[in-house]
Design a protein around this ligand. Sequence first.
Ligand code: NAD
Ligand code: MG
Length: 388
Amino acid sequence: MTRLAILGSTGSIGTQALEVVAAHPELFQVEILSAHSNAELLIAQARQFHPNAVVVTDETKYSTVKEALSSLPVKVFSGTAALNDVVQWETVDTVLAAIVGIAGLESTLAAVQAGKRVALANKETLVVAGELVMQAAAEKGAGIIPVDSEHSAIFQCLVGEDIRKIEKVILTASGGPFLGRKPNYLVNVKASHALQHPNWTMGAKITIDSATLMNKGLEMIEAKWLFGLQNEQIEVVVHPQSIIHSLVQFADGSVKAQMGLPDMKLPIQYALAFPQRLQNDFKRFDFKDFSKLTFEAPDYKTFRNLALAKDAMFKGGNTPCVMNAANELVVNSFLQNRVSFIEMSEIIEKVMEQVTFIEHPTLEDYRQSDKDARMYAAEHVKHSQLSH
Ligand code: NAD
Ligand code: MG
């Protein structure tokens, strides 16, 4: 029996993880659930899964959750400090890190430092502080199993392989809803349009990141840290059908790929059950439905965020942290129609130049760089034409 802490249980990944758990009650037991502000769903989940404790990080929701669960033997906590505490409990075996954004960093790090197995969906954690997190994982013997579909694909390709024999990894990108479009089209797109992803249904932030290709940039940095790669070993190819989830090329030129229909429940289940493969009834891939799988080079000129993320990866230090913070802020502003699609890249680029470079940041440096980047980005958002 694996005892799980599911952080971000009310999100897209969190709810799909609970579907996996519900399908395998003999294997998984929910020990902790956490959510930020969706009290109703958190309460419903607690009633269904009977966790030992729930954490609602938004403190204004504490009394609602506490009262609703008062007749059940469920401990209720609030605030981020509680989150960092519960992941270390002895009764937790595996932590599913499925909070969105840098808000997930400290609880993931706390889990790693407690030597827990971490099923990692929260890619921003590795983008911001990959070196620190992987070092702590190595020291504490914490296994980090990726949930992100591309990294799960690479991880699956590497089972039984010598990681030193990787020549390169190739991350596949669907290209998002604006594949093939040029800047003259992108200037006018609205959030409602960018939220329509062709192949995946996900949280709002990652859906916008998929439309700008920032998501693939974040994933390059995530891959670098997860698999200990050199920057030059990481490539991106656009594959609009999202059937091949990523590939690994080895020293002898052999290329392995992992394939399947786009369904996050598969990588979630794989990460929670690893090294087992569990039987399930997910829809199967059928070649007859896909007569063509196509591949093309990404358009770095139009989708500037991908180029910016690649630059940040090569520059290293606190640059990915700064880029991530600026991105989180502009994505939020874009969702509120306060900046345009194109302005998002312009602002991120400016902020990357503004924040002081730190080559070997500490956790405190990351906190400060994140704060500074958000301050500069907010200033730029104020000057957007859409903000007036
Ligand atoms: P989501 O927005 O649907 O859910 C986010 C969850 O995090 C919610 O439970 C929310 O309550 C919680 N949360 C939000 N802000 C918080 C805060 N400040 N403090 C504590 N908790 C907070 O997001 P999602 O799409 O499920 O994505 C979660 C993570 O997984 C992201 O890092 C994303 O990049 C990654 N990921 C998602 C998918 C996907 O298909 N959705 C695929 C690959 C990777
Ligand atoms: Mg992905």
